[in-house]
Design a protein around this ligand. Structure first.
Ligand SMILES: [Zn+2]
Length: 416
């Protein structure tokens, strides 16, 4: 690709309507806001300059997953009141709007932010307030009102953690303290059930809570411990996504589907890797094939986070074309590009898609289709008919954008 072609492609990607269905609030602060809030709240940071923090904490490359996760201690430390949560959600939405990401599902683990004056439900309401404020500000723009550009829409996904200890925060310490004699695994399930019930209830009350997620270390902490939580989310009609196949293999993805009714999978990096399957499975290749067929046929969508995966999975560090997105594409799986953590991974949706286009040689029409898939597989906070209208407006806008950039209808497109 020549320099001119590449900059033309970048402008096109920026202009096309995008979704981000997998973005963590506490990994996506503005650096300047983190510094400002830390100063005001008396939170110690290794540096109080953006350059200093980029050097010490939020790096371009990380040695491993633990180093990648170090930054969250600082971001969570400043997000312990409703005002900071609301502001961070608002700014994240603004940053997304600025690069044409018009549909957003922000996720966070409320229990990391609960304190004596901040109950679980309030953490969610604060984030929802920030998103609503951004929606209201954006959607009165004359171009949005006239229908020339798409409306901005956002929802909240609440996360539970597969594993925690008393150092994860005051709420987790409290849970462990109250249930001193209970086995830990039981408490992991109990804590996640509380989050799922709160999520379902908040949604009933009209908050834009759209989904439930499970995050944290997979190995040793199976999704089966969170069955009850997912059952509660399921019965509350919430969308279900699970971080799976990120640091463990295909079996973890099957657990996410079997135990948690997953509609979407976060990462799924090891979906095809037979070496990451335990000794209980004899024909590992057949297992991978069957699982992949199931995921494809049920349109279980993989939330692909290329930069984040490259930063935490050493096998992918040098060469993005080794990422299993290539195989997902060949097998026609449903995929959507996501940022995971805009600050920690130093990325945006535009950057993710451009990197994908470079590594996998994606043509503009294929990029368009991938982007629209994100809208279709979203947990849209509204009725199905409203979602259809919204997706229709997105498709029209994407096609107008492609045409204006000199890419007409796809000549290879078959009807039906
Ligand atoms: Zn994630």
């Amino acid at each position: 690709m020549t320099q001119v072609d590449r900059s033309r492609l970048e402008s096109l990607i920026r202009a096309l309507p995008k979704t981000d269905l997998h973005v963590h609030l506490d990994g996506s602060l503005r650096l300047a806001t983190l510094i400002e809030m830390a100063r005001r709240q008396g939170v110690a940071l290794p540096s109080f300059t953006e350059a200093g923090l980029r050097e010490t904490v939020f790096k371009e490359r990380y040695r491993n997953l633990p180093e990648y996760l170090e930054g969250f201690a600082y971001t969570c430390a400043v997000l312990q009141d409703a005002e900071s949560l609301e502001r961070t959600a608002f700014e994240l939405a603004e940053d997304c709007i600025g690069e044409g990401t018009v549909y957003l599902e922000v996720r966070f683990a409320p229990q990391l932010h609960v304190g004596p004056k901040l109950p679980l439900a309030e953490t969610v309401r604060a984030v929802a307030r920030g998103l609503r404020r951004a929606e209201a500000a954006r959607n009165v723009h004359p171009d949005v009102v006239s229908g020339r550009v798409p409306r901005f829409k956002a929802g909240v996904i609440v996360c539970a953690l597969r594993f925690f200890n008393e150092h994860f925060g005051a709420e987790y310490a409290r849970i462990l303290d109250v249930h001193r004699h209970a086995p830990r695994e039981e408490l992991f399930g109990l804590a996640s059930l509380e989050v799922a019930r709160a999520a379902a209830q908040l949604r009933e009350e009209g908050e834009p809570v759209v989904g439930f997620d499970l995050a944290g270390q997979e190995k040793g902490y199976p999704a089966s411990q969170h069955r009850k939580a997912y059952q509660a989310a399921h019965e509350g009609f919430l969308g279900k996504t699970v971080h799976a196949g990120e640091d463990y293999g295909a079996e973890s993805i099957l657990q996410a589907i079997g135990d948690c009714h997953a509609d979407r999978i976060g990462h799924g990096v090891w979906l095809f890797d037979t070496t990451k399957i335990g000794p209980g499975v004899r024909d590992k290749q057949a297992y991978v094939n069957r699982l992949s067929e199931y995921v494809a046929d049920r349109r279980i969508t993989i939330e692909v986070c290329l930069t984040s995966n490259q930063q935490t999975v050493p096998e992918l560090a040098g060469d993005l074309s080794k990422h299993p997105f290539g195989e997902m594409r060949r097998r026609r799986l449903s995929t959507t590009f996501c940022t995971d953590n805009r600050l920690v991974s130093d990325t945006t949706c535009t950057k993710e898609i451009l990197r994908a286009a470079d590594a996998f040689d994606l043509a503009p029409h294929e990029i368009r289709d991938l982007l629209i898939y994100g809208f279709k597989r979203s947990f849209y906070p509204g009725t199905y008919l409203e979602k259809r209208d919204y997706v229709r407006s997105i498709i029209d806008y994407a096609d107008r954008t492609l045409e204006a950039a000199g890419f007409g209808p796809d000549p290879k497109r078959r009807r039906g």
